[in-house]
Unconditional design. Sequence first.
Length: 285
Amino acid sequence: MPSARSRVLYVSDLAYPAKGRRYGDEDVFLTSRLREDFDVAVCHPLDAAALMTGFDAVVVRNSGPVLHYQAQYDAFRRRALADGVRVYNQLSGKGDMAGKQYLLDLTAAGFPVIPTVDRAGDLHRLPDVDTYVVKPKLGADSIGLEFVSRDGLAELSYDDRLVQPRIDFRYEVSFYFVDRTFQYALYAPRPDRRWDLEPYEATGRDREFAQRFVDWNDIAYGIQRVDACRAPDGELLLVELEDLNPYLSLDVLAPAARDAFVARVKTSLRGLIGQETVRGAAEAV
């Protein structure tokens, strides 16, 4: 007999060698829990476009940096939008899903973000420091990142690259959301060990900081991670808005917190599947 349960295609690169993270372990766990409520099939990101027909939703999780397969990802995205496929996260995100342009947009709008420019003529807008961080607009996982002295900026090519001051922050902290609702926070007490994470008790002010970016983004259904650093003056500054396939570090959570997160993801996914299919949707910038 046909199943009455919703069918989910779960996209993951289980073998991707992520530094300090275990993509396969996290996705094996999460799919095992989703199977309690959904019929789940797992595929590699390169196979998603060919396999997604017939599923009620496509869940993109630890699929690795898409710049390693940019053409195939762009084809998947175009087809999903044209065919009205329900993708989780929704493809309307303005964060890393669309590149690093949001860092420029948020800087211009006065959000608490590490100051960012992409033109030599705007360097005066950055604080005067010894070292600057240069990263590609379509970068991910620190690929293409380099450090440049202020004198070195004069010889820099700004084609599709961003420049930020290097900040001697106290620590990095990440806030995790399902849809627009805060779930938990983790932090790396040692700046040189980004993925040695511990539970972090977010204050009300911390949550307000992170909530601003989630509310700014255009995702109603999906998982977002707001990465921030604690600057020397004690204020938080945005580092990245991860809205494509953020690693969740679920192994760091206590069992009760992990269960609560999974339950919220299930509810969110049901909500997405219950939405009316829209074909030929315009692709978000």
